[in-house]
Design a protein around this ligand. Structure first.
Ligand code: GLU
Length: 417
């Protein structure tokens, strides 16, 4: 790969290195954080509907568990690689430490294209994956959750498979489950809600009225569609949205309730009559106040960062902005709510779900949303303090908060000497 900044694993390592250097910490902190503690690559054989056997490659990475059991989602995507999962696990370590959750970072995935699989095939594949990693995960070891192209139903099959292996219901194994088997109120919307919350807070600090803002969202999955709906409910004008097949633009605003209804019936955004088709690339460069990249990595790069017109980029996806692009945006005065805070609402409510599972006492959606705001606001304040103290981007400031906390934990646990 020519541009190493596009390899998220190298980027994650560089971010930790910078944080350790800026804080003047002992080099051992970086030596431990620069790679995952454990990486598992597994073969996942499963039977296709036509009776043939297919084998996919699966991963589970446990980056660092100084603060608690590792935590992080599982993604089903054709581009899943060992390096991508390692980077995503490292980003989870940062997210959990920044939010003050008692977790380390983990991540997993299967390199597969769910569009080519039937629901029954996805179920068999999910169960086989759990069999393959069952010895290394657990409610006090490593707790998976949904990520790109995985959902509560998949989590249900997985927790069922693990419970069968263990011979007991183990709902605390996995988060993002359906409500009826120990899911949490507010979990499905948590990532989008947290993203809107953090972005609105930053907008207010910058003197930008969120309710008057023009917003574009790249990605219409669990994060993007919820963020769009919540932003619209707060009065923002949604001028553009997109999914992997392309986008829609209407400078006068797109009615989110109407679009969501269209998506439900057509299972796609394409063809929606009240907006013009645009490409994903064009969406990023529209004249808007707020841009939410909520799809995949490496969307804002050195090639297009100069053309970004938004005042705030709120990262719903993991790793949508490359370091070169980050520097360009910083120079242009575009503020970025970094992914490690922007999309941390998901793992935060996952933590609440796990606490509810472990205590078997369930909270109302109101309590969940209130606590989510509290956690996000606290992390935002700590990040902002570092941003002012060191004069660095919010992303670098987030790494400083997280790395300091991780270093403290590793030091008292005796890992550094
Ligand atoms: N996959 C989500 C993330 O990247 C959620 C992880 C979790 O809930 O554990 O943050």
């Amino acid at each position: 790969m020519a541009d190493t900044s596009l390899n998220p694993y190298i980027r994650a390592q560089q971010s930790f290195k910078e944080a350790v250097d800026t804080l003047g910490l002992e080099p051992a902190v970086f030596d431990i954080l620069k790679q995952p503690l454990r990486t598992f690559e597994v073969a996942v054989p499963f039977i296709r509907d036509d009776g043939t056997l297919q084998v996919f490659t699966g991963y589970r990475v446990q980056h660092n568990d100084a603060l608690g059991p590792t935590k992080g989602g599982l993604r089903f995507h054709p581009d899943v690689t060992a390096d991508e999962v390692k980077a995503l696990a490292m980003w989870m370590t940062v997210k959990c430490a920044l939010l003050g959750l008692p977790y380390g970072g983990g991540k997993g995935g299967i390199a597969c294209d769910v569009d080519q699989l039937s629901d029954r095939e996805i179920e068999r594949l999910s169960r086989e994956y759990i069999r393959a990693v069952s010895l290394v995960i657990g409610p006090d070891k490593d707790i998976p959750a949904p990520d790109v192209s995985t959902n509560p139903q998949i989590m249900a099959w997985m927790v069922d498979e693990y419970s069968r292996i263990r011979g007991e219901n183990t709902f605390g194994l996995i988060t993002g489950k359906p409500l009826v088997i120990g899911g949490s109120a507010g979990r499905v919307a948590a990532t989008g809600r947290g993203l809107v919350f953090a972005t609105r807070q930053l907008a207010t600090a910058l003197g930008l009225d969120f309710a008057q803002s023009r917003v574009a969202v790249q990605g219409f999955g669990n994060v993007g569609s919820v963020a769009a709906e919540i932003a619209a409910s707060l009065g923002a004008k949604m001028v553009a949205v997109s999914d992997k097949d392309g986008g829609l633009y209407n400078p006068d605003g797109i009615d989110m309730a109407d679009l969501l209804e269209y998506k439900r019936t057509h299972r796609a955004l394409a063809g929606y009559p009240q907006a013009d088709p645009i490409s994903n690339h064009e969406l990023l460069e529209l004249p808007v106040d707020i841009l939410f990249p909520a799809a995949l990595e490496n969307q804002i790069t050195a090639d297009n960062a100069h053309n970004i017109q938004a005042r705030i980029v709120g990262e719903g996806a993991n790793g949508p902005t490359t370091p070169e692009a980050d520097a360009i945006l910083f120079e242009k005065g575009v503020m970025v709510v970094p992914d490690v805070l922007g999309n941390a609402g998901g793992v935060t409510v996952s933590y609440f779900e796990w606490v509810q599972n472990q205590t078997r006492f369930y909270w109302s959606e109101q309590e969940i949303n209130g606590r989510l705001e509290e956690y996000m606001a606290r992390a935002m304040a700590e990040m902002h303090k570092m941003h002012e103290r060191y004069g660095v981007t919010l992303r670098k400031a987030a790494y400083l908060v997280a790395t300091e906390r991780l270093a403290q934990a590793m030091r008292v646990r005796g890992w550094l000497t």
